[in-house]
Structure formats: C-alpha cells, structure tokens
Design a protein around this ligand. Structure first.
Ligand SMILES: Cc1cc2nc3c(=O)[nH]c(=O)nc-3n(C[C@H](O)[C@H](O)[C@H](O)COP(=O)(O)OP(=O)(O)OC[C@H]3O[C@@H](n4cnc5c(N)ncnc54)[C@H](O)[C@@H]3O)c2cc1C
Length: 434
C-alpha cells in the first residue's frame, strides 16, 4: 500500500492526517502515518492562555494515539532528525521518559512513498545577547507551562514578602509586539484580576503586575493593517499596558532588558515573542531547498522544489502568495493548506490533477482577553477589510478554535468537549493554581 507520512501533528499536520485517514486510510487505499515528537496536540494559538493560567492544557489537548485510532491512521512518536531521499526513509530520534530519562523507544527509520513536512516553527532570537538565557519563549505547551509556573511563583513571593502589608509589583516585559505578544499582555492583565481572588496579588493594588510590551518596529502588529494596530494600541492603553515601539531590545539581563535608545526596563519575568523561524533540522535535509528562515521552498502544489514526493505546509513552508508576498505563518494558512493537500494527495494517487493552491486571506483576529478582540475580517475575500472589535470579535476568535476542533475531532466530539469544559468551569477555579 502507498505510504503517506505526515511529520508534525500541529494545526496543519493533524488536520491533514485526519482527513487522509478518513478517506484513503479508511478505504485501504493508502497507509497514513503521523509522526510527532510529542504524544499530544494542543492548538498553538491557545498557548498564551495556558501561560496566563486561564486555560488548562490537560483539558484541551488531544491524544495522537486516540485520534489515530478514531480516524484510521497510525501514530508514531519520535523527533524527525534526518531524511534519506535515495532509500525514501526518514530518521527518528529515540523517545525518552520525561521524568527519569529512561529510553522508551530507540532511534528508528521510517519508510515513505509520499512525505509531508508540517513541523511548524520555533523561536528566533535573532542573536540578541542574553535572549536565549534570560527569556521564556512561547512556542510549545511546555514553555507556556513553564511561564505559568514562573508567574504564579513570582506573584506568590511578591504578594507575601512585604511586611508592611503592601505587596510588591511584579514586572513583566514582553519582547515582540506581534499577535502573540499583544494577546499575552492582554491575557495577563485579565488574569491579574482573578489572581487577587486567590490571594496571589495584594488587594490594595490597582495593578500588581506591571506589563511592558516592547516592539522593535514603528508600530504594534506589523503583519496586520494600520487600523487594527491603532485600535489595539488604544485598547492596550486602557488596560494600563505600557507599549514601547521603534526601540529594539539589544540586551536581555536577569533583571530586565536594555533597548537601543538606552532605556532599561526592569523585569522579574521576560518573555520572548519576537520572531519565528522553521526548525533547524530542515536546514540539513538531503538536497531540500530552504529559505533564510529555514522554510522549505515549495511550488503552488506545495511540492518541494527538489523532490516531487516531498511536500511541506504551514509555518515550515515558503509558498508564494502574490508576486511580492509569501503565505503568512498563520493557523488559517496551515488549515487551508491541509485541506488542499488532502484533496491533492488523493487526486495524485488516483492519477488525476487538481487546481494549484491559492491562499485566501479571511482576515485576522487578535484576542484581548475574555470579552474583547480586535481584527479585520474578510481580507482578500472582498478585496478590502472590515474592522471588528469587542465581544463579537471575541466570539469569532473563540469560534476559530472550535472550527479547528471540529476539523480534527468531528462536530459531535467538539460539542461534547465544549459542554464538558463549560461544566468544568462551574467546579474549577478560573485560573490554574498549581
Ligand atoms: C501564542 C501564539 C498565538 C497564536 N495565535 C494565532 C492566531 O490567533 N491566529 C493565527 O492564525 N495564528 C496564530 N498563531 C500561529 C499559529 O499557531 C501557527 O501559524 C500554526 O500553528 C502553524 O501550524 P503548523 O501546522 O505549521 O505548525 P504547528 O501548529 O506549530 O505544529 C507543528 C508540530 O510539529 C511538531 N514538531 C516540530 N518539530 C518536530 C520534529 N523535529 N519531529 C517531530 N515533530 C515535530 C510539533 O510538536 C507540533 O505538533 C499563534 C502562535 C502562537 C505561538
């Protein structure tokens, strides 16, 4: 049977493996395998909520092995480390127990006929001194969890240490004024109110957490329209979040950051949300061409330029959008590319051809806490964009996650999960406290 291997079970890879499993796998036309270094999937745009403690990762993650069982594909855990195009195999590193370091699975080789790379992206520190050592990036559920615990610990220490009864302020610096930095700053401000209910913030303070958002470029949200950026800046100001733009961070220290203009911003916790690149492993793959962000260069069928049997999608793919632009690294792009490849790979096996991939920008939304979001809708669909704000925008933002869940888990399971999460809210604290 034709072997299709999808590497990376994120926003795009999991949707693709699920669709291929439901069609080709269920009918015995192809053997579909999903590879991921982790045993579970968490939709990446939820990470800022995990970091702020407002969303429990354990409740929202999907187990790959169960997903594979339900959708007729196979799941193999392991880190993709190499490619051998001559023998059509990929190399996977060993799997080790997170607690005691014992080897669970050895290094292995996995054969493929068609390979899809869906490895997503990783943090890019751009060589800024001290950034790797003294910041917490927000790229994986483990990092989001680390940030949450650090925040909780710092809030506990600072609200308790002062003998005069006045708690000390916690200083948080967020480097990067893109969607991740903006969403995280708003979520932290929202959760701060909840912290005081559980004794994690001195009650007499208006703001126990001082939040500074630093952006190197001239404005927030450089990838979105000026209108959205302006509306966001106004809302962040209302939330007492300090925004510094046009002043790149040049040095990160254990107690804060230094900007090019000489400003020192004190920070108990510094978060890096300033840029991404595709994983380093892609740089050294057997003849596969990548750009300077390590993204695999693909044509408009999402095929790598060097090998027609190797495809790439999502954040790790460099695919032309217009003559001047490339498809942006967004969940909606990964979703559209997964839908396209599910059809294209099926057609390819049947000896048919389909129209090339075309990215449609449906607009962007940025979440600003539980009751608000801001963004533009429709984008390329109507050739312009409509600015939306407030609760409607927030509901639409939340619907994006439910849409992803419906695509991977099915509408019935998505609704069941929604109900369970609603019920959990009535019995659990609003912030994860341990
Ligand atoms: C905090 C945050 C908020 C965001 N908010 C939004 C938003 O509001 N809207 C939006 O459109 N986009 C948002 N994004 C971007 C969006 O999450 C990504 O564009 C999207 O997840 C990309 O999907 P992907 O399938 O390419 O990769 P990912 O979803 O990142 O998945 C990659 C998968 O590959 C696996 N993997 C990586 N390396 C290896 C390896 N070597 N071996 C095996 N497995 C590997 C990972 O474990 C992961 O499961 C946000 C991102 C972050 C971090």
């Amino acid at each position: 049977m034709h072997k299709i291997v999808v590497v990376g079970g994120g926003a795009g890879g999991l949707e693709l493996a699920t669709r291929l499993g439901d069609t080709l796998g269920a009918k015995g036309i192809a053997r579909v395998t999903l590879v991921d270094r982790c045993p579970t999937h968490l939709w990446k745009p939820l990470l800022h909520e995990v970091a702020a403690g407002s969303l429990d990762r354990e409740v929202h993650q999907l187990e790959f092995a169960a997903q594979a069982h339900w959708h007729h594909f196979e799941f193999v855990q392991g880190e993709f480390v190499s490619l051998d195009r001559a023998s059509k195999t990929i190399g996977l590193g060993g799997v080790f127990d997170a607690e005691d370091g014992q080897q669970v699975l050895p290094s292995r080789a996995l054969p493929y006929d068609t390979l899809v790379l869906a490895l997503g992206s990783q943090t890019h520190f751009f060589g800024v001194s001290g950034a790797k050592e003294h910041t917490i990036p927000l790229d994986t559920p483990e990092q989001a969890e680390r940030l949450r615990r650090r925040l909780l610990r710092t809030c506990m220490t600072k609200s308790a240490c002062n003998q005069s009864g006045k708690g000390a302020t916690v200083n948080v610096a967020i480097i990067g004024g893109g969607a991740t930095g903006v969403e995280l700053s708003a979520e932290l401000r929202r959760m701060e109110k909840v912290f005081s209910q559980y004794g994690l913030r001195a009650p007499e303070q208006t703001h126990g957490i001082n939040i500074t958002l630093l952006e190197a470029g001239p404005r927030l949200l450089p990838a979105l329209s000026e209108r959205v950026a302006h509306a966001t800046a106004v809302l962040l100001q209302d939330m007492a979040i300090t925004v510094l733009v046009a002043d790149p961070v040049i040095d990160v220290r254990p107690d804060g950051v230094l900007t090019r203009s000489g400003k020192h911003v004190a920070a108990d916790i510094t978060i890096w949300a300033a840029g991404i690149k595709a994983p380093d492993v892609l740089m050294s793959l057997d003849g596969i061409e990548v750009n300077k962000m390590n993204q695999v260069c693909v044509n408009n069928m999402l095929q790598s330029l060097a090998d027609a049997d190797i495809f790439a999608l999502g954040d790790c793919a460099s695919c032309a959008w217009t003559s001047a632009l490339f498809v942006p690294p967004r969940a909606q792009a990964a979703n559209q590319q997964a839908s396209f490849l599910a059809k294209a790979l099926k057609a390819r096996l049947g000896g048919r051809s389909i129209k090339p991939f075309r990215y449609i920008d449906r607009g962007s939304l940025v979440s600003l806490g539980s009751a608000s979001a801001v963004g533009s809708l429709m984008g390329g669909v109507i050739g312009g964009s409509i600015l939306i704000e407030g609760l409607i925008a927030r509901v639409m933002y939340a619907a994006l996650y439910q849409k992803h869940l419906a695509a991977v888990a099915g509408v019935r399971r998505m609704l069941a999960r929604l109900l369970i999460q609603g019920l959990r809210r009535t019995t659990s604290p609003r912030v994860k406290l341990h």
